[in-house]
Design a binder for this molecule. Structure first.
Ligand SMILES: N[C@@H](CCC[C@H](N)C(=O)O)C(=O)O
Length: 284
């Protein structure tokens, strides 16, 4: 029987099984099936997926994220904060500010430390990608998708699409408690107009610096929080004239709050917590 050591961590209830590939070796062909297995709440450990903390040629560390259905995501905001906490607390990095490589590029993390423990992380998530071809979404390539009419099963909605390295589509709702997360979410996730699938977010605007947010994640379904999704929601809200650019926006997710700013320089900064739940050994 094979085995590996893991750490289960979460950012606002968005939990993953973290495997330190500085110390462990996992065959590439098993990564996707292992993510499905460890994520299973009955027969595995139980989580929204699996995240690998890997050596990198261009940064001190690289993150790879697998959703609970085994698909590989290109970015993960809550995962980045947890990876930052892990590598700092395990001495893989010594400075409080460092780069992390993702499948969609480099991001910069800054950890806030108290008595050797990281309790908050700010990640400069880089610039949102707004052209339709960058989402990617079917239609005229160079255009942005902002308040665009979108039909599902004979009903019309307005959508805004944003890539934070991974793809997001935002629907505005009047009352977040009535958002059709589990009904519209899975249909839109697999809609053919999004050839790579999409993370589906529902947003209620509270005021020009505060949003309520719920998510149906590509490959994982309902989660308590999605960091890249919250960043995309803030960008979408600026594009739709609902919140202000270069001003902190408080995003209320099911699992807690994130502070996000789309700066005038163009980058999106996200600040929030990262927590360790437990460590253990998984047998497969
Ligand atoms: N929970 C994440 C995003 C995880 C990946 C996503 N489901 C995808 O496939 O793009 C976050 O915190 O950003």
């Amino acid at each position: 029987m094979n085995q590996f050591s893991f750490t289960k961590m979460h950012g606002l209830g968005n939990s993953y099984i973290y495997v330190n590939l500085f110390e462990e070796t996992l065959p590439e062909s098993l990564l996707s099936p292992l993510a499905v297995k460890v994520a299973n709440v009955n027969t595995g450990i139980g989580a929204d997926g699996m995240i690998l903390i890997c050596p990198s040629d261009i940064a001190p560390v690289k993150m790879r994220i697998f959703n609970s259905d085994g698909s590989e995501g290109k970015n993960c905001g809550n995962g980045l904060r947890c990876v930052a906490k892990y590598v700092y607390e395990h001495g893989i990095v010594q400075e409080p500010s460092f780069f992390i490589e993702t499948l969609s590029g480099l991001v910069k993390a800054e950890v806030t430390v108290e008595n050797g423990i990281v309790n908050s992380v700010t990640v400069d998530m880089g610039k949102p990608r707004l052209q339709r071809s960058q989402i990617p979404m079917a239609g005229p390539e160079a255009e942005r998708v902002v308040a665009e009419p979108f039909e599902v099963d004979g009903k019309w909605y307005e959508i805004t699409a944003v890539s934070m390295g991974n793809s997001h589509v935002i629907f505005y709702v009047d009352d977040i408690t009535k958002a059709p997360v589990t009904t519209l979410g899975p249909i839109v996730e697999k809609d053919k107009r999004f050839p790579e699938g999409v993370n589906v977010e529902f947003v209620e605007v509270v005021n020009d610096h505060e949003l309520h947010f719920r998510v149906w994640e590509r490959g994982s379904g309902v989660t308590q929080a999605c960091g890249t999704g919250a960043c995309a929601a803030v960008v979408a809200s600026v594009l739709n004239g609902k919140t202000a650019r270069d001003k902190e926006t408080l995003v209320h997710l099911a699992g807690g709050d994130l502070i996000i700013t789309w700066t005038k320089e163009g980058n999106v900064r996200m600040t929030g917590p990262a927590e360790t739940i437990c460590t253990g050994v998984y047998y497969y």
